[in-house]
Design a protein around this ligand. Sequence first.
Ligand SMILES: [Zn+2]
Length: 247
Amino acid sequence: MAFQAGVGNRLLTAFAPSDLNLLAPHLQKTSFDFDAVLVRTGDEFKHVYFPLSGVIAFLVEMADGHIVASTLMGSEGAVGALSLLSPSRSPVTATAYVAGAALQVPVAQLQLAFEQSATIRQVLRLHLRTQLLQLNNVAACNAVHPVECRMARWLLEIHDRVGHSGIQLTQEALAQLLGVRRTTVTLTMRKLRAAGGILSERRGMLEIDRRRLEKITCECYAVMRRRIKRMHHEELPVGSPAFSPPS
Ligand SMILES: [Zn+2]
């Protein structure tokens, strides 16, 4: 496929034109609906997906049937990048919470480009480290911060990725993000509505007030955002855009 500058995925945008030329013949655009599964737990990674839009959740399935979301990803990342460390099976199920589009590339082709290009290695290793940073932060946040602060954080994270204040999200998705029952989701949404963080909720469409949510959430959102921004600023190749989600 012909490759344009400003492709819409922050990692691809950070690659040099010569890097993109290595990948371009193998990139294929695909779209995914709400609830689409990109890879299931235990499946071998066949493709790496560079999202252009939408929001993908990484879900951990517990033995008793509970499903918990560990992190979210949008156009700042690559689903399946873990496969670059070694051929492996997915430890999570990647499911779309918000429909979107992605460029997919076979793992073998990305692996080849990863070995050939220092820039691709640098960008994708940085991406994997930002993923680890988020996982650590979410684990700590889950352990000590109240559920309404955590709901505010997840809504801000989704807002960063969709870019508009109307967020279509099921109660089930919120229950997975928070690791709580649906009744707790309802109670927590009521609290956020009373505090002005959620302005309205109708058939899963949440209208949010971003500034209010920033006041309600714990420090984790700003800390994680600041750290990732600094890592991108200090470590992305010169000329690449730093990570700057819409505010
Ligand atoms: Zn927190």
